[in-house]
Design a binder for this molecule. Structure first.
Ligand code: FES
Length: 140
């Protein structure tokens, strides 16, 4: 089946299976920042923005993205302030979790509690102090 959506700002049609998850469909497009890790929606490594809100691509059928706007880290400008804050704070070690954190931070609003907002993103390298430093740069 074909699924038409706005993917990283571009009108896109994806050919997907009816049982295919958005994660798999996006990775087939070469969007490797969307990472399968837990596959049960608790680690945040597959986070994308769906109409501007964080969503777990491992839990969402690709067909459900029809008509929506999906953003991955590949769709951000290199000068994006959240990307810059993560780089400047060295808020990563292996970087596996970074795209998910960056997109979650992109969706934060002024006044959001940092711990609560990032509760769905895990960093196995334990870079939370630096991640929090980067986030505070973005939301202050
Ligand atoms: Fe390695 Fe977060 S930097 S998992």
């Amino acid at each position: 089946m074909n699924v038409s959506l706005l993917l990283n700002g571009r009108p896109t049609t994806l050919e997907v299976r009816s049982d295919e998850m958005l994660l798999e469909a996006l990775r087939r497009q070469g969007l490797r920042s969307v990472r399968e890790t837990c596959a049960i929606g608790v680690c945040g490594a597959c986070t994308v923005l769906l109409d501007g809100e964080p969503a777990s691509a491992c839990l969402m059928l690709a067909a459900a993205a029809a008509g929506h706007e999906v953003t991955t880290v590949e769709g951000l400008e290199g000068s994006d302030p959240v990307l810059r804050a993560f780089n400047e704070a060295h808020a990563f070690q292996c970087g596996w979790c970074t795209p998910g954190f960056v997109l979650t931070v992109k969706a934060m609003r002024p006044g959001d509690d940092v711990g609560e907002a990032l509760g769905g993103n895990l960093c196995r390298c334990g870079c939370y102090v630096k991640i929090e430093e980067a986030v505070r740069q973005c939301v202050s």
